[in-house]
Ligand binder design. Structure first.
Ligand code: AHR
Length: 508
């Protein structure tokens, strides 16, 4: 027997507006993300700027709306002045975070050219590890001021007279982590972040700032770090960052002991994502009240992804080392889809999100000099990014559940829906978490039914561990499926076990 679930939709019952910046990426000087990833002049496929048209086309397909740069852990030791001026004069340095050599052949100007070509909003992280608050303000001056001052004139001399007007600025990265260059306590960080933000805003009052939250929910300081930083920095920030990486098996706090693989729990990870967002949303409300503030701070989930197989970031002091190259499978793609469902269900508080990262290292696409392939996680990310818009709908979901060791009873169906009143487009994202059971899902439109469905895609398979590779690039993809038929205000379709289905509906 096929189990049954139902979803009640009402285009007037909404959770919040979906920020397009939820569909963002992150490009760090780490492994082969920049070098041999987005900048690969030695490849026969590269254009005159060193960009790869094949990589660019895949990145454009995903339609990233915002791109975080240049780190990550890398930024806490980065001197931005190394990356400007004639390439032959740029210094080579040890990048301590990933024990690699940084050639600085790709720097601020190259990144901005990349971001402009991609049509994505840059989000710049400043170095609050070894860097000073003055360095941070100087970088804002370099990137954003009209000519007529030292650093803005230097930018013009380096070939770009017009200001870049970078709007989004991260105040450091994961400053609570013992792995971080310049790790600090919460209060120490909050004080430095506030002073940096103050100077940066004096330089350019139009910028938006993002303070560091805890680097993981497994950190011993979580969520006290978050509470302290929010309380102290609330007046100077616009966003508060969250980081989380999902894994199967779930890592222990020590991260050395291995638990058994537990796919049922792994597929239920969005329970954890939602709790994390709820906890920080509550901390934000508390800080707003304590600060008697009138302005809102939103969550910026600026590092999220599946990451656990390719551990160990030791680049052996080489350039573009092959480190942290995760290979994704079907269950990872389903977890990514439930994560994106979570962003839609938390659309009122989560306003920016960046998948970490975009190429080669823990990323949706993998390259080598003569080609690339799309990993399984490419598909849910690209479907959400291109189709979720307008309002996130507050759905009435009835689903059978299953027992997971880690999260207890979990609904078999994980679902979110968007509706754009401007275009009349609806998008519905359904994950069947069961490894064995199909699910008959009925969508019931409570107010106005759509005219019909216009497109439908599905990813599924019997083997949760199946993935793509250079030899088998299309083993696991999202393929179009026949359009389910609308019957009055209802539509029923059967979704297979281990599947992710996207349905596009249209209202006149
Ligand atoms: O995204 C990879 C790394 O994960 C980042 O550099 C760091 O911020 C996090 O620990």
């Amino acid at each position: 027997t096929v189990r049954k679930a139902s979803v009640g939709l009402n285009t007037q019952r909404t959770l919040g507006e979906i920020s397009p910046l939820l569909f963002g990426g992150f490009a760090e000087h780490m492994g082969r993300c920049i070098y041999e990833g987005i900048y690969d002049p030695a490849s026969p496929l590269a254009d005159s700027r060193g960009f790869r048209p094949d990589v660019m086309a895949a990145l454009k397909e995903t339609n990233y709306r915002i791109m975080r740069y240049p780190g990550g852990n890398f930024v806490s030791g980065y001197r931005w002045t190394d990356g400007i001026g004639p390439r032959e004069k740029r210094p080579r340095r040890r990048a301590l975070a990933w024990r690699s050599i940084e050639s600085n052949q790709f720097g601020p100007h190259e990144f901005m050219e990349f971001a402009q070509e991609l049509g994505t909003e840059p989000m710049w992280a400043v170095n609050l590890g070894t860097g000073s608050i003055q360095d941070a303000a100087d970088l804002v001056e370099y990137m954003n001021l009209p000519t007529g001052t030292l650093y803005s004139d230097l930018r013009a001399a380096n070939g770009h007279p017009d200001p870049y007007n970078v709007k989004y600025w991260c105040l450091g990265n994961e400053m609570d982590g013992p792995w971080q260059i310049g790790q600090m306590g919460a209060l120490e960080y909050a004080e430095k972040a506030v002073q940096a933000a103050k100077l940066m805003r004096w330089m350019d009052p139009s910028i938006k700032t993002i303070a560091c939250g805890s680097s993981a929910t497994s950190m011993p300081g979580y969520p006290d770090w978050d509470r302290v930083v929010l309380d102290h920095s609330y007046a100077q920030i616009d966003y508060f960052s969250m980081h989380h990486y999902a894994a199967n098996p779930y890592p222990t706090i020590s991260n050395t002991e291995r638990l058994p693989v537990d796919t049922d729990s792994y597929l239920a990870s969005s329970v954890h994502f939602e709790e994390h967002a709820d906890t920080l949303a509550a901390a934000i409300r508390l800080a707003k009240a304590k600060n008697r503030s009138k302005h809102d701070v939103h969550l910026c989930w600026d590092e999220w992804n599946v990451w656990y197989r390719a551990k160990g970031g030791d680049g052996g002091w080489s350039e573009a080392p092959h480190i942290l190259e995760e290979e994704y499978n079907l269950e990872d793609a389903l977890v990514v889809a439930t994560w994106l469902n979570t962003f839609l269900r938390k659309a009122d508080v989560v306003k920016i999100a960046c998948i970490a990262q975009i190429v080669n290292v823990i990323a949706p696409i993998m390259t080598r000099s003569d080609g690339m392939f799309k990993q399984t996680i490419f598909y849910p990310l690209t479907l959400f990014s291109n189709h979720a818009s307008g309002h996130s709908l507050d759905l009435l979901v009835k689903s059978p559940s299953y027992h997971s060791a880690r999260y207890g009873e979990v609904p078999q169906l994980d679902v979110s829906s968007s509706f754009d009143p401007e275009s009349g487009k609806g998008a519905h994202f359904l994950v069947n978490r069961s490894q064995t059971e199909s699910l008959s899902v009925t969508l019931n439109w409570e107010d106005v039914a759509p005219d019909g469905l216009t497109q439908a895609w599905q990813m599924s398979g019997a083997d949760p561990m199946a993935g793509n590779s250079f030899d088998h690039p299309d083993a696991v993809t999202a393929h179009e499926i026949p359009l389910p038929r609308l019957d009055g205000r209802s539509m029923t379709l059967t979704v297979p076990p281990l599947s992710f289905t996207t349905l596009i509906s249209h209202h006149m």
